[in-house]
Design a binder for this molecule. Structure first.
Ligand SMILES: Nc1ncnc2c1ncn2[C@@H]1O[C@H](COP(=O)(O)OP(=O)(O)OP(=O)(O)O)[C@@H](O)[C@H]1O
Ligand SMILES: Nc1nc2c(ncn2[C@@H]2O[C@H](COP(=O)(O)O)[C@@H](O)[C@H]2O)c(=O)[nH]1
Length: 211
């Protein structure tokens, strides 16, 4: 019989499993900034828009930065089991809409989202096969400066975010990768995340996401 020369040796090589990638780390480390830079690479990635009941900050756009909803609507979504994960983060509801992730994974695209560290712990429990990346600052001074320069915090909310970081660092063990977001070296952090995605697709035993 003629050998089928073009036939792939492994099914997986022709149909890679989509990844669920979770980017987490302390507030102000640069998660959103890194994701914005990653978007510009035009990779086949679905960037999840999470939901919140906090009001938009100046410049934030509904459906782009968050799905902005009322507290009542958020609580309806929780009751209707529409959230994969949700938490009260610094006093506001934040949550990951289940349907959005399911649709994106079904289309074969890798899915990436950012959550705080408690959210990453919850997603690890719900979906052990997710790829968890901890974004870290190079040092405390750079990180602190970033939070202050952003001008988004009152002295009280700044203090809350700083206090949270010691607790968050105790979760480092649960992550698969750590990427350092060095001051003014944003593209280097993005390169490393792209490399993680590439290497994850080379696994002999791909991660299989079931939600
Ligand atoms: N590599 C970098 N070099 C310099 N500035 C940076 C870098 N990465 C992020 N920043 C700046 O740090 C600030 C915080 O970034 P960003 O809002 O993306 O953090 P975050 O982790 O998403 O915060 P939060 O968890 O509170 O939403 C922003 O002003 C951003 O411009
Ligand atoms: N656990 C979750 N955390 C989330 C989600 N969406 C965003 N976040 C995180 O909340 C904090 C505060 O965000 P801010 O925009 O109000 O500064 C930040 O660390 C986000 O990454 C989510 O769905 N679940």
């Amino acid at each position: 019989m003629e050998p089928a020369l073009d036939e792939p040796l492994f099914f997986e090589l022709t149909r890679p499993q989509p990844l669920l990638i979770v980017l987490s780390g302390p507030s102000g480390v640069g998660k959103d900034t890194v994701l914005q830079a990653l978007k510009k690479r035009n990779l086949p990635l679905h960037f999840v828009v999470t939901a919140t009941d906090r009001p938009p900050r100046p410049g934030e756009v509904d459906g782009v930065d968050y799905i902005f909803v009322s507290r009542e609507e958020f609580e309806r979504m929780i009751a209707a089991d529409e959230m994969l994960e949700y938490a009260v983060v610094y006093g506001d509801y934040k949550g990951v809409p289940k349907a959005q992730i399911r649709q994106a994974l079904a289309s074969g695209k890798d899915v990436i989202l950012r959550v705080d560290v408690q959210g990453a712990a919850r997603l690890r429990a719900l979906c052990p096969e997710a790829v968890l990346i901890f974004l870290a600052p190079a040092n405390v001074r750079e990180w602190y400066q970033r939070l202050i320069n952003r001008h988004s915090e009152t002295p009280e909310t700044l203090q809350r975010r700083i206090e949270a970081v010691r607790r968050e660092l105790t979760y480092l063990d649960m992550f698969d990768y750590v990427v350092v977001n060095r001051q003014d070296h944003l593209e280097q952090a993005v390169d490393q995340i792209v490399a993680i995605i590439q290497v994850e697709h080379l696994r002999v035993h791909p991660r299989r996401i079931t939600l």
